[in-house]
Ligand binder design. Structure first.
Ligand code: HXC
Length: 256
């Protein structure tokens, strides 16, 4: 389904981004991974190489619109076209909003919201020029709609990405460009673990909120992402798939 298609993945050097890159590669795609740390991107490219997948690492800070334009240009130069994007790059730390510095707010909003817009805009422009259509997926979190204490920067930014997705899904549908979101619950990755459940007590506390009783595996998030990115979802746009083991609905009050 993805043969001869090229997908860009931001934050492709670790966690859900790397798992998605590997899954797309295994499904036949060419993969371009972007992120701030070349060593992490190179590791993803090496893993893709073991599967004989064509791939490219482009060190990129998604907060820089010129760098994002250069990322898309590099993908086109190498592979001739692009067919989709996964806005996966994120930054996060837990802190009370009242104590959050303007720079801390800006760092997360710049990566998550502004970066997703810059990447979406650049890829959409390329897709319009190609006349091919394509699909764009953004990784958000359920606190985009229910909020969560300690994550005001991330929750606000991810809510913005959801609004962006719904808005551009309508604007870009006539061009054959689909935009969707996926909202994974707690996922077993180094980045999320370090930022959100740094010790055993915090980990147990997070797990106690998941009715399914476990973290998500990055590979199962990637599986769901491939459905949203691929042709089986060709009539699906402006949607958000929640994949959280029942976490956000699990608000048991009575009968404990
Ligand atoms: C308070 C903090 C802080 C913390 C940083 N800051 N960490 N404030 N508590 N723990 C403040 C700094 O003091 C600074 O403000 C400002 O944020 C910018 O910090 P820098 O380190 O200079 O920024 P930068 O190097 O750009 O790093 C960005 C980052 C960083 C977001 C702060 O954590 C990052 O790059 N993370 C990427 C990886 C990551 O977080 N992955 C987790 C994603 S998991 P001042 O005012 O001092 O200058 C995820 C899952 C969510 O998102 C969904 C769960 C269900």
């Amino acid at each position: 389904m993805f043969t001869d298609r090229t997908f860009l993945i931001t934050g492709g050097g670790s966690g859900i981004g790397r798992a998605t890159a590997l899954a797309l590669g295994a499904a036949g795609a060419r993969v371009v991974v972007a992120g701030r740390t070349p060593e992490k991107l190179n590791k993803t490219v090496a893993l893709l190489g073991e599967q004989a997948v064509e791939s490219l690492a482009v060190p990129t800070d998604v907060r820089d619109p010129a760098a994002v334009d250069a990322l898309v240009a590099a993908a086109v130069t190498r592979f001739g076209a692009v067919h989709g994007l996964v806005n996966n790059a994120a930054g996060n730390f837990v802190t009370p909003g009242i104590d959050l510095s303007p720079n801390g707010w800006k760092a997360v909003v710049d990566i998550v919201l502004n970066g997703s817009f810059y990447c979406t805009r650049a890829v959409a422009r390329q897709l319009r020029e190609q006349g091919t259509g394509g699909s764009i997926l953004s990784v958000i979190a359920t606190y985009a709609w229910h909020g969560h204490p300690g994550t005001v920067h991330s929750a606000a930014a991810k809510a913005g990405v959801l609004a962006m997705t719904r808005t551009l899904a309508v604007e870009l549908a006539p061009l054959g460009i689909r935009l969707n979101c996926i909202a994974p619950g707690p996922t077993e990755t180094e980045g999320a673990g370090a930022a959100l459940w740094a010790d055993d007590a915090a980990r147990a506390q997070v797990l106690s909120t998941v009715p399914a009783g476990r973290f998500a595996d990055p590979a199962e998030v990637a599986d769901a992402s491939l459905f949203l990115l691929g042709d089986r979802a060709s009539y699906l746009t402006g949607a958000c798939l929640t994949l959280d083991g029942g976490q956000w609905l699990g608000k048991q009050v009575y009968g404990r």
